[in-house]
Design a binder for this molecule. Structure first.
Ligand code: GDD
Ligand code: MN
Length: 382
């Protein structure tokens, strides 16, 4: 009687020749006897031959009736999340377990995780940060980075789990039906937690033991990538809400932001001009004022781009082109302001303060419209 595979264990590997055989063996010894399990190793063409080792190992072992081992050979190193996703695509089990191959994730925890999924939970997280869990062998620096990342996820994204960055977790495969993952990221669990709120979660404590062999693949770039991923997740589900707002509300709120930024620019200009004209640098006051103007134009530009117009694409070419237009329109605004003051005071006999207020408002408003339409390429009334 052919049994159906029930559990698929996904194991991403890159240069794990010193660990992979032992971990596959250990997993085989720990999985429950009555559960048909497949291990899926997803190897990114490891230079140390990890993929081949798995093939040979699978051919050499006998005696398991409930355990099979498959390898997916990928052409190049494409990252952790994408490897895991690839493994899931090939998985035949209805329960998925994801774990590292370097013994940081103890295979002895697998039965408990499978049991929890069977009983009632949709998602089980092996957790370092619940009572009874811990970390062994990490430097203070890495511990702090992990804590900070966890804190950001919990308060910034409002996820429930205590260890949303865990790389050791299990879930019912159907909870990710229709879910679009960001293959570039490596925080797969976090993505599930954010995009599938409301699934039943259980956390099981364990002690993460840093690897004995080989080295970690998560470098400094990981931190930057992580911040990008959190930002994307933070925006998840939000764009629709913005679009629902009426055009008038959007127009007014953007105008309000633009003017707020303008006011902040005045402050920057004022403070910088004074600072550079005094103290150790002590520049000629006109030079100091030029620096003040340049700084405030730049801060205005960055704030308007990111905040007022919500344009977070800081690609070099695009940003430089926008900056050029922004500066051009601002200079044009200054001319409008000068011309108006002159005209109002000189030909219409208005008092200088009133003329100034009118001119500033007009110039700011024309700046807003011009930049909205031409620098940031939005419809005017939206
Ligand atoms: N196929 C593939 N491709 N596998 C990869 C890649 C890749 O680009 N990068 C890493 N791996 C594999 C490693 O071979 C290992 O089995 C597993 O993914 C985890 O990589 P490590 O380099 O050992 O990560 P770590 O120990 O620093 O980080 C672990 O702990 C973190 C907890 O803070 C991982 O589990 C992280 O996901 C987890 O967030
Ligand atoms: Mn590791």
């Amino acid at each position: 009687m052919a049994q159906e595979t029930q559990v698929s264990i996904i194991i991403p590997t890159y240069n794990e020749s010193q660990n992979i055989r032992q971990i596959l063996k250990s997993i085989g010894e720990h999985i429950p006897k009555n559960v048909l399990t497949e291990a899926i190793v997803v190897d990114d063409n490891s230079p140390d031959g990890t993929g081949k080792i798995v093939e040979d190992y699978w051919k050499s072992i006998k005696g398991f009736t409930n355990y099979t081992i498959n390898v997916i050979h990928r052409k190049a190193k494409e990252g952790l999340s994408s490897a895991v996703l690839n493994g899931i695509q090939h998985a035949r089990g209805d329960t998925i377990v994801v774990m590292d191959s370097d013994f940081s994730h103890p295979p002895s925890l697998i039965p408990k995780m499978i049991e929890s999924i069977k009983s009632q939970y949709d998602l089980v997280v092996a957790s370092r940060y619940t009572k009874g869990g811990g970390i062994q062998g990490w430097s203070i620096k890495r511990k702090i980075m992990s804590k900070v990342a966890t804190k950001i996820a919990k308060s910034g994204l409002g996820v429930d789990a205590q260890d949303p960055m865990s790389g050791f977790f299990a879930f019912r495969k159907n909870i990710i039906n229709g879910l679009k993952f960001d293959t570039k990221g490596y925080k797969m669990l976090l993505e599930i937690l954010v995009k599938r709120r409301g699934v039943k979660i259980h956390e099981i404590p364990y002690t993460f033991i840093d690897r004995e062999f080989g080295s970690s693949k998560l470098g400094t770039l990981t931190i930057l990538n992580y911040l990008r991923d959190v930002w994307k997740l933070y925006r998840f589900g939000k764009p629709e809400k913005v679009n629902e707002k009426r055009a008038s509300v959007k127009f007014l709120s953007k105008a309000a932001r633009f003017f707020t930024v303008g006011a902040s620019g005045l402050a920057v200009n004022f403070i910088a001009s004074l600072l550079f004209a005094s103290g150790p640098s002590e520049l000629w006051y006109l030079h100091a004022n030029m620096i003040g103007i340049a700084l405030s134009m730049t801060s205005n530009f960055v704030l308007n781009k990111a905040w007022t117009f919500g344009d977070r694409d800081f690609g070099l070419k695009r940003t430089a082109a926008q900056y050029g237009k922004f500066v051009a329109f601002s200079s044009f605004g200054a001319l409008v302001q000068l011309g108006m003051v002159f005209y109002l005071v000189d030909s219409n006999g208005l008092s200088y303060p009133i003329a100034l207020v009118l001119a500033v408002i007009t110039a700011a408003f024309s700046n807003f419209i011009l930049n909205k339409r031409w620098t940031f390429r939005e419809k005017v009334w939206a």
